[in-house]
Design a protein around this ligand. Structure first.
Ligand SMILES: Nc1ncnc2c1ncn2[C@@H]1O[C@H](COP(=O)(O)OP(=O)(O)O)[C@@H](O)[C@H]1O
Ligand SMILES: [Mg+2]
Length: 295
């Protein structure tokens, strides 16, 4: 069996290395591919995937990143490539559909909300006054990039004038504004890691004192977390709705005891989770991918 680990970094990242190793331990031939160097061909000879000039024969891939996307065309090419692979019968994890649905926070939370998954009140707008009104109504909000990760670029705002300035600046740069009611969570959130249709592990991500972001990249520490039945139901619904073969789902605990899903990561990092729980997601993902490819 030939498997690819796909990313855009010139050299495999730590998680890509762990995946390559996990596949090799299963006796699978695994190689690293940069997404920008993969081409999709079609026509009289059918569908072929090339890496540089060489035709590649793959049974499955794990997509760790689509690369930093500069243009809409790049995004369409890279998603299209995943779709072509799927049409060729290659197992793509996560599937193109998951990337389409989960990569932007608008589409993903919209679909979750529509499917009865609790998410914070959210408005996506190009109107500065709508942002200001949201702050007046909700008190504290988070303004975050529609496509973003690792906690970078999100700002917490409770002053309508600051919201005005932030929104005005974003809009002048052509960025619609994603504004969300702030959940008064207890200095932590829960990262639930799923593989297939089950929960692999979960960790509390505890923000540094006085900080509100719980990303490990922002200095959070991790501790093992318990997943109760309510949270399990929510998380498994997220997996179903967003077509995720594996995922890192971020959940905030509200003061009233309820859960709110903040986002679902389609290519999550797992260093903090592995450290807290002793579980190695790379092995579980590799086993799952091999199982899907053998079907
Ligand atoms: N609505 C919110 N209420 C409270 N905290 C939030 C909210 N949205 C995000 N956060 C905090 O910010 C972090 C990053 O937000 P998230 O939506 O997961 O984006 P990213 O893709 O940057 O990780 C979350 O893990 C959480 O700690
Ligand atoms: Mg997150």
């Amino acid at each position: 069996m030939n498997v690819g680990v796909v990313h855009e970094a010139p050299r495999p990242t730590k998680s890509s290395m762990e995946l390559l190793k996990a596949f090799q331990e299963l006796g699978v031939n695994a190689k690293y591919y940069r997404i920008s160097r993969l081409s999709g061909a079609f026509g009289e000879k059918g569908l072929t995937i090339r890496y540089g000039k060489h035709v590649v024969h793959l049974d499955a891939i794990v997509v760790r990143s689509l690369g930093s996307i500069m243009t809409t065309e790049q995004l369409l090419k890279r998603i299209g490539l995943l779709r072509e692979m799927e049409l060729k019968g290659i197992v793509v994890v996560n599937p193109s559909e998951a990337f389409i649905k989960a990569r932007d926070k608008y589409t993903s939370l919209l679909l979750l909300s529509k499917n009865k998954v609790p998410v914070p009140d959210t408005i996506v707008t190009e109107d500065v006054h709508v942002v200001v009104d949201a702050v007046k109504e909700w008190g504290t909000v988070v303004i975050k990039p529609i496509i973003g990760s690792l906690g970078f670029g999100s700002v917490k705002v409770n002053d309508p004038d600051i919201a005005y300035r932030v929104a005005k600046t974003l809009l002048s740069l052509g960025h619609p504004v994603y504004v969300q009611r702030y959940i008064e969570k207890p200095g932590r959130d829960i990262r639930v890691f799923t593989v297939g249709k089950r929960i692999l592990a979960a960790a509390y991500r505890i923000a540094p004192p006085g900080q509100w972001k719980t990303n490990v990249a922002q200095g959070a520490i991790t501790k093992p977390a318990r997943v109760d039945g309510v949270l399990e139901d929510i998380v498994l619904r997220v997996v179903e709705v967003l077509s995720l073969e594996y995922a890192g789902i971020d959940v905030a605990e509200a003061p009233n005891g309820g859960y709110y899903v903040l986002e679902a990561n389609v290519a999550p990092l797992w260093e903090g989770l592995a450290k807290a729980t002793g579980v190695n997601p790379a092995k579980a993902i590799a086993r799952h991918v091999v199982e899907l490819a053998r079907r």
